[in-house]
Design a protein around this ligand. Structure first.
Ligand code: FE
Length: 207
């Protein structure tokens, strides 16, 4: 499924105008009988409240604790993730990318806002903003610094541009000091931003 809708590529008017245009479009589609408003509400409710970054956190914690699962993620992330029940729209072709001591990964969609909904829910506003989309590529280290992520100069930053077909999930490095932790406890350290590459996992001391 191709999800780079043409209208998303135009220069966007800020929030309110966009909301009005979406509302007008929805009204028209309902009026013409193309969509069922109840189905639309169910879809939005699903991604707003039931699907969220906690799904991704489960994937990451399992990868941290089960080498076989990590191996499966490397070979076929879509299937490995679907085995946990996280599949569907915007998650048809998942690729897991692992942060290491040498390389930090950052995900962007320079064209619009492609994002792995089944594991992370709906994208944050900043992810869709033109400044993030352009600067993540030109100055990833500067963008990361603004997110409070200061990486040593020796760590290379690799930027992954999502396409309509491929959605990336960053597997952050497991924090030191979490040896022996069960997956359920590790999940709590995994933030949404850490799975986009715009953040790091939380420090274990607080948990
Ligand atoms: Fe996109």
């Amino acid at each position: 499924m191709h999800d780079h809708h043409e209208d998303e590529h135009e220069q966007r008017a800020p929030g309110e105008d966009m909301a009005l245009r979406v509302k007008a479009l929805e009204s028209l589609l309902v009026e013409k009988g193309y969509v069922d408003p109840a189905a639309l509400d169910a879809l939005i409710e699903t991604y707003e409240t039931r699907v969220g970054p906690r799904n991704g956190a489960k994937v990451v914690a399992k990868a941290w604790t089960e080498p076989d699962f990590l191996d499966w993620l490397r070979r076929d992330a879509t299937a490995a993730i679907a085995s946990l029940g996280f599949a569907g729209r915007q998650g048809e072709h998942m690729v897991a990318i692992e942060n290491t001591a040498e390389t930090h990964n950052l995900v962007v969609c320079t064209l619009c806002s492609c994002y792995p909904w089944p594991v992370l829910g709906l994208p944050p506003v900043w992810y869709k903003s033109p400044p993030y989309r352009s600067r993540a590529v030109r100055d990833p280290r500067g963008v990361l610094a603004e997110f409070g992520v200061e990486l040593p100069a020796s760590v290379a930053i690799r930027v992954w541009d999502s396409t309509a077909e491929i959605r990336y999930l960053v597997i952050p490095m497991r924090p030191a000091g979490t040896e022996g932790w069960p997956a359920e406890r590790l999940e709590r350290l995994v933030t949404r931003d850490s799975m986009i590459g715009a953040g790091l996992p939380l420090r274990p001391e607080a948990f």
